[in-house]
Design a protein around this ligand. Structure first.
Ligand SMILES: Cc1cc2nc3c(=O)[nH]c(=O)nc-3n(C[C@H](O)[C@H](O)[C@H](O)COP(=O)(O)O)c2cc1C
Length: 210
């Protein structure tokens, strides 16, 4: 049986909460088949299309720390079915995530696809790399950001969530693509309108001259 996301999260407290809320039986049986420990082409394509993700690391004082990572679509790459990576760009230089990873390499990621209302949750061990070969792999040519290191993620388990409560949101690129046909239609109508106006004016000038 595949190693599942729920194997990792089903701590005694989680099991007790499920028991108290009447869902323990369901997750004991059905939950076992829900998620996997190797990316399929479907997850690989989803990951390759993302322009950002949220990453939680674990602080030494027990606080979870969630930060955003972003870049051009494709900046997060699946290297093989259990490994994925991205460039870590220079930011505010607090190095909270990087510091946390030095003490505990566990991360929990959420990848959102707002237009299609889907999200992928991932547990992984993160490796910080400055290996030139890895840095070359994750480089984003032409993107104005300094790559400080690569984050190489070793997959533990993933799970998909349902679309409920995800509001569709669109990037400027999505919107521009969506309204391109409208712009074209407006241009045709403007040309037609200008021609009609010109015809009306010339007809009216003609009738006044008679
Ligand atoms: C000049 C600059 C200032 C930034 N300031 C903030 C900030 O005040 N708060 C924040 O959450 N992110 C800020 N960011 C984005 C973060 O630096 C970026 O997400 C970074 O990787 C954070 O890493 P960490 O929080 O994991 O240490 C800034 C980025 C730049 C380039």
């Amino acid at each position: 049986m595949a190693y599942t996301f729920l194997d990792l999260v089903s701590t005694p407290s989680v099991k007790a909460a499920q028991e108290a809320n009447g869902s323990r039986d369901y997750f004991e049986v059905a939950g076992k088949d829900r998620s996997f420990d190797r990316f399929t082409p479907s997850e690989a394509a989803f990951i390759a299309a993302r322009d950002s993700f949220y990453m939680a690391t674990v602080s030494e004082n027990g606080w979870p720390y969630v930060q955003h990572r972003g870049g051009p679509a494709g900046f997060l790459q699946v290297l093989d079915p259990t490994t994925f990576a991205c460039a870590d760009f220079r930011g505010n230089r607090q190095y909270i995530s990087v510091g946390n990873l030095g003490a505990n390499d566990r991360v929990s990621l959420i990848l959102m696809d707002y237009p299609n209302r889907s999200r992928l949750k991932i547990f992984a061990h993160a490796e910080i790399s400055t290996d030139p070969a890895i840095l070359a792999k994750v480089a984003v040519p032409g993107y104005r950001a300094k790559v400080e290191r690569a984050l190489v993620f070793h997959l533990e388990a993933f799970d998909w969530n349902c679309p409920q409560h995800i509001t569709p949101r669109f990037t400027m690129a999505d919107i521009e693509e969506g309204i391109a046909a409208l712009h074209q239609r407006i241009a045709v109508l403007e040309t037609e309108n200008a021609a009609l106006k010109a015809n009306t004016l010339s007809a009216s000038a003609h009738s006044q001259g008679e």
